[in-house]
Design a protein around this ligand. Structure first.
Ligand code: SAH
Length: 217
């Protein structure tokens, strides 16, 4: 679908809405204004592309709510050329926001179908990223250490292995909790085995599950 004046106008309104909800990081707001979220949506929900809500995508998953993407991306404190690992590619929208901000993105998805679709979407839009089909609990140590790790699925505990794939000073943003609600947690690696933790509000994500799913398309 073309990026029409209508879509651009709706995006600008969405950015204004995110400001009123407390998002202040201008680079994050600029990226949300730039990335055509409608390209990441299931056709059934196209008209809601700029509504501040999560929507269903393939494989029973969801595209995150723009506010949630804005909070997670703000907490990551992304700078140009930062190496960022994303767990849970899903639609690829969060990945595109990070690429728009100039990050070098590595993204892992456990559903083969989503892994395939997201690559097509990002390459059609001209956003570079490295895609992996696999279990995000393992991370990608061979490409690390990372300036940032963003987990876009709910986990009952902070994944230990991933903490050690951060650089010293690196930041991991992870929703921690049960299936009905999670606390957005920022983990900052302050030393070899030292980490700082802070919490940033309550959210609801689809669960982070072990293993992979190779469903026929
Ligand atoms: N960042 C996505 C949000 C997708 S929802 C977006 O912007 O659209 C979360 C995604 O995490 C789902 O696609 C789900 O399949 C994936 N996921 C869950 N557990 C995972 C794991 N262990 N490894 C990789 N991906 C996982």
């Amino acid at each position: 679908m073309a990026d029409t004046f209508l879509a651009k106008g709706k995006r600008k309104k969405l950015v204004d809405e995110l400001r009123t909800k407390g998002i202040t990081d201008e680079e994050v707001l600029r990226a949300i204004n730039a990335v055509p979220r409608h390209e990441f949506m299931d056709p059934a929900f196209l008209h809601h592309a700029y509504t501040d809500k999560a929507f269903p995508i393939s494989s029973g998953q969801t595209i995150s709510q723009p506010y949630t993407v804005a909070v997670q991306t703000s907490l990551l404190n992304v700078k140009k050329r930062d190496k960022i690992l994303e767990i849970g590619t899903g639609s690829g929208y969060q990945c595109a926001i990070l690429a728009e901000m100039g990050a070098k993105v590595y993204t892992i998805e456990r559903h083969r179908e989503l892994y395939m679709i997201a690559q097509r979407t990002l390459s059609a839009l001209g956003y570079p990223a490295d895609f992996f089909y696999g279990d995000g609990y393992e991370g990608k140590a061979q490409y690390g250490p990372f300036d940032g790790i963003v987990i876009t699925a709910a986990t009952p505990e902070i994944p230990e292995k991933l903490k050690y794939q951060l650089k010293t000073g690196g930041r991991m943003v992870v929703p921690v909790g049960n299936s009905s609600s999670q606390v957005m947690t920022l983990v900052v690696r302050t030393g070899d085995i030292e980490f700082d933790y802070s919490t940033h509000g309550t959210f609801v994500f689809v669960p982070m599950l072990k293993g992979t799913v190779n469903k026929q398309m």
